[in-house]
Design a binder for this molecule. Structure first.
Ligand SMILES: [Zn+2]
Length: 113
């Protein structure tokens, strides 16, 4: 499952951060997940409980910042919100768009103790 490998790589990132800080565990983790990142949140929640078991994240609270999709048209430079990466520019209908936000998948902040 795609989401399980994502959850496990987040555990790796957290473990490194805890080691680097000389801490014991993570208290709180904040993730940024874009609307277009292809992450199914329910699947991630399920994978999360599996992945964090016995890890530095086992007792951590988690919050997720959802980043909405935003693109810029490469023809007319209009910035607009998108639901999918193949949306058209609303002002000139061009398909040549650049996704500016929405593909994020990262650890935004970690509190260790
Ligand atoms: Zn355009």
């Amino acid at each position: 499952m795609h989401e399980l490998s994502i959850a496990m790589s987040i555990v790796d990132i957290a473990r490194e951060a805890v080691e680097k800080a000389g801490a014991q565990a993570v208290e709180h983790i904040e993730l940024e997940i874009g609307q277009l990142a292809g992450i199914e949140l329910q699947a991630l929640e399920f994978a999360w409980s599996e992945a964090v078991r016995g890890s530095v994240l086992a007792h951590a609270t988690k919050s997720i910042n959802h980043i909405s999709g935003e693109a810029r048209c490469m023809e007319c430079n209009t910035a607009f919100p998108i639901q999918a990466a193949y949306d058209r520019c609303p002002s000139c209908t061009s398909l040549f768009i650049e996704v500016v936000h929405g593909k994020e998948l990262r650890v935004h902040a970690l509190t260790v103790h």
